[in-house]
Design a protein around this ligand. Structure first.
Ligand code: MG
Ligand code: MG
Length: 255
């Protein structure tokens, strides 16, 4: 069931979204060659604590997961697509990091992800990340009253496929509100004009995930969480929490 949010609730979600943006900004600033993923998790955790917010990731255990998620940040490096568990791995020159982060503030959730390179970037990674951000922007642009979920999915999928990238089929965006994951699902590929009509007050997380090698296939790493590409190629992930309003899409996870 899709819960429409009041304008007051959307303002409360905007506050949660700002905390998410602050944490991801801090993570990006702290990320450098030699810095460990656990150190980045602590950077994000500090932002949460100072904001009086909590983590919807920490202790999260969806049906596919063998263990509760042990951190506040998902840190997915290179061929890891999403759900990377922060470890003592230290970032190396040219690494591509996808950082996914959520916050709960005053009972409302925010969810956002960024991908970026550390040290000297590889041109192909820059293109992959830029395409991921373009796919997100196209999805947000389609998130207007009068459109349907399929229009968002089609907009995202078209950008990814036109660039020759793969799309993991089992993961995508979602409704968000009191809980991080609510209805409806927001796929990263689909047919225009299909699916649920978009209405004022729907709040969704839109999150394209791209596989550089052009395949759609991935597997879970031995930790049961981290999803890695089957061909070893790199992946990128971009996400914003977006409120659909009569005035147009409103991105909630910005500073
Ligand atoms: Mg996320
Ligand atoms: Mg999400």
């Amino acid at each position: 069931m899709v819960e429409l949010k009041t304008d007051t609730s959307i303002e409360a979600m905007r506050a949660a979204g700002r905390v998410v943006a602050q944490a991801l900004t801090a993570v990006r600033e702290a990320a450098a060659v030699g810095v460990s993923l656990l150190e980045l998790d602590e950077v994000a955790h500090k932002v949460l604590r100072e904001a009086g917010a909590t983590s919807p990731f920490l202790g999260y255990r969806p049906s596919f997961a063998p263990t509760a998620f042990p951190a506040v940040l998902c840190a997915s490096v290179n061929d890891a697509i999403v759900h990377g568990i922060p470890t003592d791995y230290r970032l190396r020159d040219g690494d591509l990091l996808s950082a996914d982060f959520g916050a709960l503030l005053n009972g409302w959730a925010g969810d956002s992800a960024i991908s970026f390179t550390v040290g000297t970037p590889r041109p192909e990674d820059v293109h992959l990340i830029e395409t991921s951000e373009r796919a997100l922007a196209a999805g947000i642009e389609a998130a207007v009253v009068g459109n349907r979920i399929g229009d968002i999915a089609h907009a995202i999928g078209t950008v990814c496929r036109d660039a020759g990238y793969g799309i993991p089929q089992d993961f995508g965006g979602h409704g968000i509100g009191r809980h991080m994951h609510e209805d409806p699902g927001v796929p990263n590929e689909g047919r225009p004009g299909r699916g649920m009509p978009l209405r004022h007050g729907m709040v969704i997380a839109i999150e394209p995930m791209l596989i550089a090698g052009g395949i759609d296939d991935y597997h879970a790493a031995p930790d049961g969480w981290t999803l890695r590409t089957n061909d070893g190629s790199r992946a990128a992930h971009s996400e914003h929490t977006v409120a659909i309003t009569e005035e147009g899409p409103r991105i909630l996870t910005v500073l």
